[in-house]
Write a protein that binds this ligand. Sequence first.
Ligand SMILES: Nc1ncnc2c1ncn2[C@@H]1O[C@H](COP(=O)(O)OP(=O)(O)OP(=O)(O)O)[C@@H](O)[C@H]1O
Length: 548
Amino acid sequence: MSITQLHKNDHFFIVKNDEVMIKSDIQIELLEKIIKNYCKGIETFEVEGYFIHVLDTSQGNLFYVKPIMQYSYIDFMNPLSIKVLNSISDGVTVCDCDGKILFQNDIDIEIVGIDLMGKYAKDAIAEGIMSDSISMKVIESKEKVTILQTFINGKCFLVSGKPIFDEYGELQYVVAITRDMTQLKLLEKEVKKLEIQNENFKNKLHALHNKENTKSSLIAVSSAMMQVVERVMRVAVVDSTVLIGGESGVGKEEITKLIHANSRRHNKQILTINCSAIPENLLESELFGYEAGAFTGASRGGKAGLFEIASGGTVFLDEIGEMPLLLQAKLLRVLQESEVQRLGSGKPIPIDVRIIAATNRNLAEMVRQGNFREDLYYRLNIIPIEIPPLRHRREDIIPLINHFLAVVEEKYSIHRTIESSAMKILESYDWPGNVRQLKNMVERICLLATQPEITAFIVQQELDSNPIIKRDLEVPVEIQCIQEPVVTPKFSGTLKEQIASFEKQIIKEALSKYPSIRKAAKSLGCDQSTLVRKIQKFQLTKQISYKD
Ligand SMILES: Nc1ncnc2c1ncn2[C@@H]1O[C@H](COP(=O)(O)OP(=O)(O)OP(=O)(O)O)[C@@H](O)[C@H]1O
């Protein structure tokens, strides 16, 4: 029998005073002594103060070394079991029915920080190694127990213990799973942190969204518009109802945003409803909400109306002149009582909103004709703000154009300028569609222009050459007639020289205006060969690029 016949991975215990001292690892020297004294069957040897129980279990020449104890360590200690138990990420301990720790996997030793193999749980508590023992609790209750256990190293663990019974129903082992709560606690903290971050992001997004909705980039240069802004700033801080009048597209909504942004409600939302865009029956439920089952198709839980949703904020009622008379009465009640009643409910709900209404209609005239309630008119008209049409404040036109050019640049990353002569034409135009029309026109011209500078001539060319663009541009008649201002050249020299200069100028213009020599020749009433000759004579080929 030689030591080499022992399997390299075999495990054995060395037991001293009934305590397991060494687990695993073949200790060559010690084993040599055991082998030397080897005898068949069960024998006990004392080697260097350790009691060694040697058992020949092999049919062949394989040895297992067992400690002097009744416990079947072999069951736990076989290499596969150990590998499996060491591969899981939780700590695993196994105790016997007296609370003696028979097995502790590597993770358990690592997370607890103490090797407890061979120790009695009660001793570990007495020595202050553990605050509590799961095995003792399971042994007492003979049931599954889960506790939070603190170890001497300050670590906190969630330990679940489960009893294992033998075939006679006697408690045999306690298996405990130890989960390091430090990691979980860290994760919990991390989740909390992420939740806070998430909440912050949501708030920021909400604020951004709100800002986007309420942001006012109002351009006001003319004294007429400055007066409007001054009035706006004064009324913004008080909470009264405002009625904004003015033609379509003058900026009534823009002014509303400015009022809201400068009011105490600026952190809350501003909700807009266009009274002319929603059918009467829908408008009522949108504004006032409804109770469950208020009408066929009403959603089961009922619905809050705009006044309720906008609580703390501002409600902008656009096109108030289009509000049906029946709803006007309801709105009056909202204004007077500061409360709403949902459709199908008699219960008043208090609301806290500021109402700003706008119209492009003559409400006073509508009142006279009986199409608008007089009492509502006076209730809304506490602070009237009239925005003049763009044609009455022409000083705003060029600043507005520059503003919209900047908007286009930011939105589409294209830089465009408008030549001063084109600006003049735009400035003198009447803009029946007001700022909205101007804004749309600037955006479209910028997007369609092929050159960075938009000239009056280019606009004309675009309009002339592309009927679709012409139609699409919705360009006012005045602008469709834009012509490149004719610059009369100053000539000097002999009659012949002056005629030649004039001829050169005419040909140059024709070449720049028409895409081909053929078309240019046709416009000049000469044939192509004559034109080509003249181009060469006046050396225009190098200066003018043209396609043929
Ligand atoms: N003074 C201004 N400065 C900058 N942009 C403006 C100005 N006035 C109006 N606008 C812009 O012109 C467009 C039309 O304005 P707005 O919707 O406020 O007009 P409105 O009077 O409410 O129109 P409607 O009567 O048709 O509802 C919007 O895109 C708005 O941002």
